[in-house]
Write a protein that binds this ligand. Structure first.
Ligand code: RB5
Length: 146
């Protein structure tokens, strides 16, 4: 699967672990940065990743910051991006099945690498259910001016 992955400094260590893990599963991951633990602003990474996924250039995206909150808020500003912040596998599985989430956000300072690998595996291996009620609800997510 083609995956876009990006992080800020708070997610850099976990991203390195996940890049190896994704390769071991046979996935093709494009790294959108950052490149080290120097401080960066998470929207500068989250937007390009979310845009590339929303355009269909990658099947899924993975975004990591300290908590996962900043990157998920940012990604969800992009029309067509459905980014789910997950701290355990059940949410990762259900957000794929029910929300057809195309981006996963993780908190690099919140969860350990082994937990994150389980979440990533669940997120990548679960298909959207395709149920009418879920498709209808997703269709209602458009975004609007406040
Ligand atoms: C960076 O210090 C931190 O604020 C960021 O990684 C993230 O947790 C924001 O939501």
């Amino acid at each position: 699967m083609k995956i876009a992955i990006g992080c800020d400094h708070g997610g850099y260590a976990l991203k390195k672990e996940l890049l190896s893990y994704l390769a071991s599963l046979g996935h093709e991951a494009a790294d959108f940065g950052c490149a080290d633990e120097a401080s960066v602003d998470y929207p500068d990474i989250a937007f390009p990743v979310a845009e590339a996924v929303a355009r269909g250039e990658y099947e899924r995206g993975i975004l990591i910051c300290g908590t996962g909150v900043g990157v998920s808020i940012s990604a969800n500003k992009v029309r067509g991006a459905r980014c789910a912040l997950c701290g355990e596998e059940t949410t990762a599985r259900l957000t794929r099945a029910h929300n057809d989430a195309n981006l996963l956000a993780l908190g690099g300072r919140i969860i350990g690498a082994e937990a994150a690998k389980g979440i990533v595996a669940a997120f990548l291996s679960t298909d959207f259910s395709g149920d009418d009620r879920h498709a209808r609800r997703i269709g209602k997510i458009g975004g609007y001016e406040a």
